[in-house]
Design a protein around this ligand. Structure first.
Ligand code: ZN
Length: 277
């Protein structure tokens, strides 16, 4: 059964009122709302991207939302991580974000995973959810998270932002066919010194909200089974020109990760499996 086949539990009278303005959308409807209620989404990172992703998925009625983050709220986070406030300083980000979601929507279940996602825990974590939002801020965590999603057949909606620019795309190479994976984009790990952090080069808060908003919409679309997903496309946003552009992302025949995945029609891809890398 695919994610969009799940219909979930009946909606209560209170839920019908809460979600009225989105259920009226023809792509959404009551069936869509019940699918959202049945869905389990893991959001990795409760920072600048996680803030809009978590708040919109919570308000939209995703039935179970997992929040994974091992950091504590600091003053220097608050200009962009708008899910946290001065009252949350020194609290775990998971605790602060979860409290905000519960205040916003009592109809959703929020699960706190107060830990940094790593190779030691990613498999266990990802397996407990249907779909994953990558709101992390470093290559190593993205790489580990993608590997777990690929292994468990989970769609990964990935966002990134730095300075005044951001990108969003979806990885679903487990579906086979032409769907590329993270390693099609980055065949080898990037060394830490070529990926500066936001603390080094800065980031504009509104850019994170644009990218996080796009991520939340892509997650909703994946659950509802509507529209055109972002697998095979990367959307780029330039905050200074207020421009969006898009680049295609093709599956690499020699990809070290997805080269052995079966095609969507069940056939094995023509290119040979490649190990290592
Ligand atoms: Zn690949």
């Amino acid at each position: 059964m695919t994610l969009s086949d799940r219909t979930g539990a009946e909606l209560s009278a209170d839920e019908r009122v809460y979600y009225q303005r989105q259920m009226v959308l023809p792509e959404w409807g009551e069936d869509g709302q019940r699918r959202l209620k049945a869905a389990r989404v893991l959001v990795v990172g409760a920072g600048g991207l996680g803030a809009p992703v978590l708040q919109y998925l919570g308000a939209a009625g995703v039935g179970r939302i997992g929040i994974a983050d091992g950091d504590f709220v600091e003053v220097s986070n608050l200009h962009r991580q708008v899910i946290h406030t001065m009252e949350d300083l020194d609290s775990p980000k998971t605790t602060s974000a979860a409290a905000r979601l519960r205040r916003s929507n009592p109809h959703v279940e929020v699960v706190e995973h107060m830990l940094p996602v790593s190779a030691a825990n990613a498999d266990d974590l990802v397996a407990r959810y249907d779909i994953v939002a990558d709101c992390t801020d470093n290559f190593a965590t993205r790489d580990v998270l993608h590997a777990a999603c690929f292994a468990h057949g989970r769609t990964l909606v990935s966002g990134a932002a730095q300075m005044t620019e951001g990108t969003v795309t979806t990885f679903a190479a487990f579906r086979g066919g032409d769907h590329p994976c993270f390693r099609c984009l980055y065949p080898a790990p990037l060394p830490p010194d070529v990926t500066p952090t936001c603390s080094q080069v800065g980031v504009a808060g509104p850019v994170l909200t644009v990218i996080g908003g796009l991520q939340a919409m892509e997650v909703v679309k994946e659950i509802l089974g509507v529209g055109e997903g972002l697998s095979g496309r990367i959307v780029l946003y330039d905050g200074l020109s207020a421009g969006f552009s898009e680049i295609p992302l093709a599956r690499r025949p020699q990809c070290p990760c997805c080269g052995t995945a079966p095609a969507a029609d069940g056939r094995t891809l023509a290119h040979p499996p490649v190990t290592g890398g």
